[in-house]
Design a protein around this ligand. Structure first.
Ligand code: IFM
Length: 724
């Protein structure tokens, strides 16, 4: 097994959807699904765009836009299209080289007594974000005239309807240009295509047919380029695209590979002794790097990456709580971009707070380009009645604002870059805290603030009181705000002159917000009353299902039981790993594990990390592999009720990295100190990785023999708590 190659040596029609995600290419600006060159909308072809949204006519929600496909190409022999989805191949192989971000396919067809092989190699450039390139070849074992149809395909996948009006088509030599405009806001999008090495390139139209006389056993090859532009990049788009075409395939490929080399230089993690885990972890890192906003602070990372429009292309708490740690330790530019995106979209969060009768900043559960909430009030369709079902993710999953505050502070203290605080960060923290303060209820007779009527990470239990995760997050956010003020006082006292706010309420709130405590058995109740729910596990609930894909939340099967969708208290123990002792972690992990369905891909990594910390290494490994291989196996929930939720799982990808680093390598940090206390699975001889810690680059190798740290270390680093 190569540690860098994802390979499939056969073809099954039912894998088309899964492989579209598994073999995804991306560069943060766009994602190109792992489909074949001859595929169209039916096979879910998509050039999914980051941060570019639209509302289709008659649709209930806005979603990210898929651009027309400039790499579309299909060969026909005597009228038969060589289309993998309709013609059974003699052989087929699809690969994804995750080291270099390159996709290939080689398919052998047998038509009218002729063996024809189609080979294609493509990439979405990591060095020129608007550009993609394809090298395509055809070989036959007899002389034959084939017809090649190539150009820009407008017929691409869209979940909730058409998003683009096609305004203008232009053909200039071998350059095709398609100008489009979104249906709702009339935002412009231009797609270019150019082909080199094809017989006739004059007088082309959008999908152009040309005949090629193939000579027996002689490969016919051509290259093709695609460009996708919107927003600021439109300004110079033609020049930018033409320059890429002039550079040529080999040059573009070389640049692209160099750019990926740089990405891996900072982010690779090497596992010695476990090939399967190595590939799964690298594959997770590959996905994170291919969807990261390298050059913009105007968009977050969608919950399904750039694999399509599922979850509306919106960013959730997934980004801050699951993906951000990877970026803050490996690529702080991306981490800062992601946090700045939240600062930039605070108006949407303020609007949402008002809409629900509060003040301050209540961040979107599903955030798009303005920060307004794309989440609908009816997220699930009841599969028995076919009626929209009211869900409370949007209005009650309030922890999202605290998650952002938490992530911002974590970024500051681990990178040492506190400038973000004076660049909108402190204001964001203030607004989030003020939101919680206005949301909370003060119980005079208990002399404490409580957070009532919320939804925690476990979405099967809606509208609960004092969800432990939420309360602890918010209390922590309040304390962070207080510390952030102090930090700014020392770093930039002038800044606080403009930040003239009476903060007594914040100190009071930080002190008196109620946090559920462990009971006599050490168990923290997930929310008020959780312990008195029916004591049944997911296995039992499964036997009560009347229909496949039945939604267990809302008024569904799980709501009155102790079965939970995803890590909730255990997520809290994972986030606050330095604040709970091993005994508490053990009791809660053991207690909640049997009740957890892991119905969300966000769940397994929390169980993995805590398991590693408490010495349950086998469990940790099992949950690690579940997280790290989620997009390799594709074994995840595809439907929530009748709602399609397939695609890639970047939160799980981030969780895989976090499990390796925080779980197995045992990296933890307090304000001034980084500690490494490895507890590797028994078959791992070593784990090597790079970490940015307060601006310094550390090369770390953890093994049973000890820890090697390479790099100039000015700040304090300890191993198993000891200074060296
Ligand atoms: O954010 C998650 C949520 O926790 C569970 N449902 C899916 C969302 C997007 O990944």
């Amino acid at each position: 097994m190569s540690n860098w190659l994802i390979k499939k040596n056969s073809f099954e029609i039912e894998d088309i959807e899964k492989h579209g995600s598994k073999f995804l290419l991306g560069n943060g600006f766009m994602g190109y699904r792992g489909t074949m060159e001859e595929y169209s909308a039916n096979e879910l072809v998509a050039v999914n765009l980051a941060g570019f949204f639209d509302l289709a006519e008659n649709s209930n929600w806005r979603e990210s836009v898929n651009a027309p496909n400039p790499l579309y190409t299909v060969v026909s022999v005597n009228g038969t299209e060589l289309n993998l989805s309709t013609l059974t191949p003699v052989s087929h192989c699809q690969t994804l080289d995750i080291k270099n971000g390159i996709h290939t396919r080689k398919t052998n067809f047998f038509v009218d007594g002729i063996n024809i092989t189609v080979k294609a190699e493509r990439f979405v450039s990591m060095s020129r974000e608007n550009v993609m390139a394809l090298k395509y070849s055809i070989t036959a074992d007899k002389d034959v005239k084939v017809t090649l149809k190539t150009g820009i395909d407008k017929n691409i996948w869209s979940i909730s309807g058409a998003h683009l009006n096609f305004i203008n088509e232009e053909y200039n030599g071998n350059l095709l240009k398609l100008d489009c405009e979104t249906v709702q806001l009339k935002n412009k999008l231009t797609v270019y295509e150019a082909v080199l090495g094809l017989c006739d390139i004059e007088n082309r139209d959008l999908l152009h047919n040309c005949d090629i006389n193939l000579k027996a056993n002689t490969e016919f090859e051509f290259t093709k380029f695609g460009g996708v532009y919107h927003g600021g990049s439109l300004l110079n788009s033609e020049a930018d695209f033409t320059a890429a075409v002039f550079a040529g395939y080999q040059q573009l490929k070389a640049e692209h590979i160099t750019a990926w080399e740089k990405v891996w230089e900072n982010s690779d993690v090497i596992i010695e002794g476990d090939e399967e885990a190595q590939l799964a972890l690298r594959y997770s890192i590959y996905h994170l790097c291919s969807i990261a906003p390298h050059n913009t602070d105007k968009c977050g990372i969608p919950a399904r990456g750039l694999s399509g429009q599922v979850y509306k292309g919106a960013a959730f708490w997934d980004t801050e709580m699951f993906m951000l740690p990877f970026f803050q330790f490996t690529d702080s530019v991306v981490a800062r971009n992601l946090l700045k995106y939240r600062v930039n979209t605070i108006d949407g969060a303020k609007k949402k707070a008002k809409e629900f009768g509060h003040e301050g900043a209540f961040f979107a559960w599903e955030s798009q380009e303005t920060g307004e909430d794309a989440c609908t009030l009816f997220n699930v369709t009841d599969i028995f009645t076919n009626r929209p079902q009211r869900t409370y993710f949007k209005d009650k999953q309030i922890h999202v604002s605290a998650d952002i505050v938490f992530a911002m502070w974590d970024y500051c203290r681990t990178t040492g870059d506190y400038t973000l605080l004076c660049d909108g960060g402190l204001e964001l923290m203030y607004e989030c805290l003020w939101f919680y303060y206005t949301y909370s209820s003060f119980k005079v007779y208990k002399n404490r603030y409580e957070l009532l009527d919320v939804v925690g990470p476990d979405e099967y239990h809606e509208r609960v009181n004092n969800n432990a995760f939420t309360n602890v997050m918010v209390k922590h956010a309040a304390n962070i705000f207080v510390q952030a003020i102090d930090k700014v006082k020392t770093l930039n006292p002038d800044f606080l002159k403009d930040f003239d706010k009476d903060l007594n309420w914040a100190y009071d709130f930080a002190e008196k917000l109620y946090v559920p405590q462990p009971n006599e058995k050490g168990i923290i109740e997930q929310f008020d009353g959780y312990f008195s729910l029916e004591d049944v596990t997911p296995e039992v609930l499964k036997t009560r299902e009347l229909m496949a894909n039945e939604y267990w939340g809302g008024h569904g099967l799980a709501s009155n039981t102790m079965t939970l969708k995803q890590a909730d208290v255990v997520m809290m123990l994972n986030v606050f790993r330095n604040e709970y002792n091993t005994e508490i972690k053990k009791s809660n992990w053991e207690f909640y594990e049997p009740y957890t369905e892991h119905g969300s891909s966000l769940s397994a990594c929390a169980y993995a990390i805590v398991a590693a910390e408490i010495g349950y290494t086998d469990w940790a490994y099992k949950y690690f592999m579940k997280t790290a291989s989620v997009d390799l196996t594709g074994n995840t929930k595809q439907y929530l009720g009748s709602l399609y939720i397939g695609g890639t799982h970047p939160a799980a990808n981030g969780g895989a990295w976090s499990t390796a680093i925080f779980g197995f390598a045992g990296v933890s940090f307090t304000n001034d100190c980084l500690d490494i206390s490895p507890r590797l699975p028994s078959n791992w001889q070593s784990l090597s990785f790079k970490l940015n810690w307060k601006g310094e680059k550390l090369n770390i190798k953890a093994s049973s023999k000890g820890v090697e740290i390479d790099g100039i270390v000015n700040s304090r680093v300890t191993v198993y708590g000891k200074d060296y």
